[in-house]
Design a binder for this molecule. Sequence first.
Ligand code: DOR
Length: 422
Amino acid sequence: MTDLVLKSALLPDGRVADISIAGGVITHIGSSGSSEKTIDCRGCLCVPAAIDMHVHMRDGPQSAKEDWVTGTQSAVAGGVAAVVDQPNTVPAMDSAANFSARVAHAHETSFCHFAINGSVTETADLTGLWEAGALAFGEMFAAPSSYGSALSPETIRSALAVLGNAGALTTVHAEEVRPGEVHNLAEHAASRPVSGEAATVDLVNSLVPATARLHYCHMSGAASIARVMMRPGNSYEVAPHHLFLSWEEQSPSDTHFRMNPPLRTKTERMELWRMFESIPAIASDHAPHTTLEKTQPFSTAPSGVPGVETMMPLLMNAVFEGKISLDAVVAKTVTNPYHILGLVAPKIAVGSRADIAVYSRQPETILAEHLHSRCGWTPYEGMAGVFPLTTVVGGAPVWHNGEFSRDEPLWFAGKGKSFTAP
Ligand code: DOR
């Protein structure tokens, strides 16, 4: 018996067909028989649902900003079926015990598949975290940011030696911070320039053993991307805010546009669009902070913006406007990030895990009041987005017509996970 049919769906290759799903897997694409549940997808585009490989789900003492329930509801309402949680949590993901407790909690509360990265600090138990199932390591802070202190080159070198030896992927937050207080977006951008990002990429590239794999997070400038690509095998991601927002277009000291790396000028942003085809991965760096925290003076307000729910809508809107191709979006938000992480990506194909997002072609105005992150605001307020009507996670319509229904998510453990025989 089929569990779910997505009826008369428009597929990425232009065909219209019914997608039959059973046991969490696509079992047939063509015409369907009877099913427990049928969703009418006439006129809607069905694409493999995204993985967001850079989110901060917070939770615990930081639950006023976000927790696993609100963060992953926000993900699925934005067409994201899997998230990779960053380790600058409270408590930090620096021990196997902290890590396993977070996995257990996410297992009980997450609305989408998830993975958790291990922390890289002077004292983190890298081997213990790898064996406990960390998918990757980092973001490793080569510069200070919210809830992350900068590591010394010596710590980076010795951590990369251990992680390279284990075969683990290390993800890097590369920046350089000029001293002094910042009072507005322009000063913030100048204090963490693209030249410093590029210099830090060079530094980390020089500290890594030849066999270790590096992925650079949220690259904000074409010059630093060029340096990433100088080391064979490196990969990187770009965040939607560096593609869709620039600092000169915002009110000068609006803390809601403060994040690390900072927003750049429109000219620098357009350079990222010119090289869009070559960008391997897009990830949101979903980093929610409360409105109260963001109403502090600019100099003390925390850096970070929510984005997991708006990443796909912004990109799909650009697809429907004819500015970018659907193939490029699927490559950067599904195929490539899964590949970088060493995981199997879902496809619209028989035998694939059924992680599917169903999009109408109807743009909506992005409004914080319609979004689901606990932080309650978005830097994209008033912009256009195409949101999914349905997001199927492991065969279950976890988001459908404005409602959530939780199913058992998958935990993507890393390759170091040691299994004990029963
Ligand atoms: O803006 C940022 N916020 N950049 C980071 O690297 C960390 C993040 C956070 O956790 O708030």
